[in-house]
Design a protein around this ligand. Structure first.
Ligand code: APR
Ligand code: PHB
Length: 394
């Protein structure tokens, strides 16, 4: 097989890139290790920045999002048992949309298969070769186990944190930055109308809690827990008991319903630099991970591939590699901004196992400042709704 751009991974990064390239008339083939059901079934975050929504609209892929997505104009910070609203839209003129990453992926997969764009699920033994030459190739086995070779001009490594693309870069080329947090999130999906219209980020001395939602009938909730917490130790009653305790506030109560999904995720911050080696370009979780407190993972992945598609457009149009050469640096500027924001939200809202009383009081003073100061709440709002994309989607 031969194509212009080989895309490894059909998460949000790989799928959005494939649609951007289609629009530009650049051929690509997407290779995905898992099957379609698995890729569409992974429950992940559900907050889209306005810039991400604009990219999906630009691609003509926002029909269901316009119908089922829920625009939000504010969020609540709750601490010391009291809620404070941050009016995101009043402060920034921008909004966020509540729409599950699962739905985004479903929409993108369906549209890609409809247009006949090659998207191969269930591939295995993916190996990236010769990306430091002018003729890279990707070797893999297809769903039937047959060995195949995909020749391409360039390879986009969109295969997530555990993918093979980053690993295929020789030792000594990349510099990585990592922070593991001493806690994780226990997340549940519950069939109960959300007890709130806007997201609640809650700090309690028992730990952080988040009330999010997926639809008028489906709530998504999280609890700070130990990173290696065994989900088996968390029967539903224990989860609800802990959620009630942390969210407790005058005149408000949390509705319970059947829990249909639960799991524990570790939290980490990770960046690899540069996001390129020869003709291999890393994008999304393959290059960086943020803790979920700012809901930035998917949005950052979309920003990367917008920059990459714009650079590829220039390269194929007039052979100008300038934008490809600038890809990593341009992306990393936004990556580090978002890293700082996600780290800050995480540090401000979680109970730190190593905190003494001083640390705790400083944290609460910061929350009070963010809730009470126009300048400080604008910092939160501007980052939360998302800074403008580095380039217009091509
Ligand atoms: N070959 C082919 N595909 C692979 C391989 C491989 N060797 N390894 C992993 N993959 C696939 C995974 O199965 C997954 O579908 O690559 C995809 C990577 O998708 P994501 O992990 O969703 O990463 P990304 O597209 O960068 O999206 C980032 O999604 O993962 C969340 O929290 C993350 O919100 C963030 C956003
Ligand atoms: C979610 O809805 O899953 C969600 C929302 C906000 C976050 C993280 C996750 O910060």
């Amino acid at each position: 097989m031969r194509t212009q751009v080989a895309i490894v991974g059909a998460g949000p990064a790989g799928l959005v890139l494939s649609h951007l390239l289609d629009r530009l008339g650049i051929e690509c083939v997407v290779l995905e290790a898992r099957d379609r059901e698995y890729v569409q079934g992974r429950v992940r975050a559900g907050v889209l920045e306005q810039g991400t929504v604009d990219v999906l609209r630009h691609l003509g892929l926002a029909d269901r999002l316009e119908r089922d997505g829920i625009p939000h104009h504010g969020l609540e910070l709750r601490f010391d048992g009291v809620g404070h609203r941050i009016p995101l839209t009043d402060l920034t003129g921008r909004s966020i949309w509540i729409y599950g990453q699962q739905q985004v992926v479903e929409d993108l997969v369906a549209a890609r298969l409809e247009t006949g764009g090659p998207l191969l699920f269930d591939v295995s033994d993916v190996r990236v070769h010769d990306v430091d030459t002018g003729a890279p190739r990707v070797e893999f086995r297809d769903a039937d186990g047959e060995p195949r070779v995909l020749y391409a001009d360039l390879v986009a490594g969109c295969d997530g944190f555990h993918g093979v693309c980053r690993e295929s870069i020789p030792d000594g080329v990349l510099r990585t930055y990592l922070r593991d947090y001493p806690f994780g999130w226990l997340g549940i999906l519950a069939e109960v109308p959300p007890s709130t219209e806007e997201l609640i980020y809650c700090r309690h001395r028992r730990g952080f809690a988040l009330h999010s939602l997926r639809s008028p009938a489906l709530s998504r909730l999280y609890l700070q827990v130990d990173p290696d917490e065994d989900i088996g130790d968390w029967p539903d009653e224990r989860i609800w008991g802990e959620l009630h305790a942390r969210f407790a506030t005058e005149g408000w109560s949390l509705a319970e319903g059947p829990i249909v999904d639960k799991g524990v995720t570790p939290m980490r911050s990770f960046v690899t630099e540069p996001m390129r080696y020869g003709r291999l370009f890393l994008a999304g979780d393959a290059a960086h991970i943020v803790p979920p407190t700012g809901a930035k993972g998917l949005n950052l992945a979309v920003a990367d591939v917008v920059v990459l598609a714009d650079a590829l457009a220039a390269w194929y149009r007039d052979g100008n590699a300038g934008k490809l050469d600038a890809y990593s640096e341009l992306c990393l500027r936004r990556v580090w901004r978002v890293q700082q924001f996600s780290w800050w939200m995480t540090s401000m809202l979680h109970v730190m196992p190593d905190h003494d009383e001083f640390g705790e009081r400083v944290q609460r003073a910061e929350l009070a400042y963010v809730a009470g100061s126009l300048a400080a709440s604008t910092v939160l709002a501007e980052n939360y709704v998302g800074l403008p994309l580095p380039v217009e989607p091509p």
